[in-house]
Design a protein around this ligand. Structure first.
Ligand SMILES: NC(=O)c1ccc[n+]([C@@H]2O[C@H](COP(=O)([O-])OP(=O)(O)OC[C@H]3O[C@@H](n4cnc5c(N)ncnc54)[C@H](OP(=O)(O)O)[C@@H]3O)[C@@H](O)[C@H]2O)c1
Length: 316
């Protein structure tokens, strides 16, 4: 597995990290099982994937628990990236951002305890602040936790250039996590060039567009109510059909090259200038195996020229 240095850190991340959201068992349908998730983590390690992206919100702590149980003592050999700053009141309650100094500390302590580690390698603010907590308070508390040694590095998720620039006044930020895939490319407008210029790591989430870029869905696909894709307009109507047209073109290339479509989607994102790594969500080892095959084709320039032409034809 190819690794890349996260700028301004000593962390060498595999270009594919494993996303642990679905492992939490909430919002991803009825087919999540701890046994399958555990096997996915095993496969990730066997494939050279050396980092895992989790969050307190994912299954309200369950993703963390399944992850550390699966890793066992190996949790000290891998990189665990988690998040901070989201709060929920009960199972069915809407999650909201909270970035007060008290909640940040409490949330970090709870993560440390659930994960059974003394220091978090990369702590990322899950969403920008939605209340009136001053940025200086939130970022100041993160800087304190960093100096105390409870977190090694601080990253942000879902911030724009203005938010990122402002936050950096108070704490060294090393990475930005944002949505990015062949079907969702806003990152290229401002954020990716900014991060490249400022030497910030970029971690792409949803690189498979929630599974759409694996080729397994057809136009009549219906998701159960327990699956967030039942309410995602990328899986409905003409938008879904336009995406499926691109996927069918990718399928022709994938068949000829004898690689999974998922590998084309991940490889394309990994090769974008300024990209550090992608975070690929997986529910089972079969999916991780497909992700890992990306490394077979990363250097095939002719292939990527062809893939670029397909992607350029997509109008979201
Ligand atoms: N910071 C944030 O705000 C934020 C937001 C979203 C995600 N993330 C992070 O990014 C990670 C990745 O994003 P994501 O999980 O939302 O989307 P994703 O990686 O684009 O898609 C993951 C889903 O696609 C399906 N899939 C994956 N590989 C497959 C394969 N080879 N064949 C068939 N199906 C496959 C699986 O679901 P099914 O089997 O059910 O189809 C899997 O759960 C998350 O796990 C999380 O760690 C962060």
């Amino acid at each position: 597995m190819l690794t890349r240095r996260l700028p301004n850190t000593d962390l060498d991340l595999s270009v594919i990290g494993m996303g642990c959201w679905a492992m939490g068992g909430l919002w991803w349908g009825d087919d999540v099982s701890d046994a399958r998730s555990t096997a996915a983590v095993e496969q990730a390690l066997a494939s050279g994937i050396n980092w895992f992206d989790t969050a307190p919100l994912y299954g309200h702590g369950r993703a963390d628990e399944v992850l550390v149980r699966a890793l066992g003592a190996r949790k000290h050999d891998v990189i665990i990236a988690t998040k901070v700053g989201v709060r929920w009141d009960g199972e069915g309650q809407h999650a909201r951002s909270e970035l007060t100094r008290e909640w940040i500390r409490q949330d970090v302590e709870a993560s440390l305890s659930r994960l059974g580690i003394e220091r978090i390698d990369l702590l990322q603010v899950h969403w920008p602040c939605e209340s009136d907590t001053p940025l200086s308070e939130s970022m100041g508390e993160l800087e304190k936790l960093r100096i105390e040694g409870k977190i090694r590095h601080v990253g942000l998720c879902n911030y724009d250039v203005a938010g990122l620039t402002a936050a950096r006044q108070y704490v060294p930020i090393v990475s930005l996590q944002s949505p990015y895939s062949m079907l969702r490319r806003e990152l290229e407008h401002e954020l990716l060039p900014y991060c490249q210029r400022e030497q910030l790591g970029v971690l792409a989430y949803e690189p498979l567009c929630r599974g759409l870029l694996t080729g397994k869905f057809s136009a009549n696909k219906r998701f159960p109510e327990s699956d967030l894709r039942a309410r995602d307009d990328r899986f409905q109507g003409s938008r879904f059909l336009r995406a499926l047209t691109i996927v069918s073109r990718l399928e022709l290339i994938a068949k000829r090259k004898k690689v999974p479509i998922a590998a084309l989607a991940l490889g394309w994102a990994i090769r974008q200038p300024g990209m550090t790594a992608v975070i690929a969500g997986a529910k089972g080892p079969d999916q991780v195996l497909e992700h890992a095959r990306t490394v077979e084709i990363l250097d095939d320039d002719a292939l990527w020229g062809e893939v670029d032409r397909v992607v350029a034809a997509y109008r979201g």
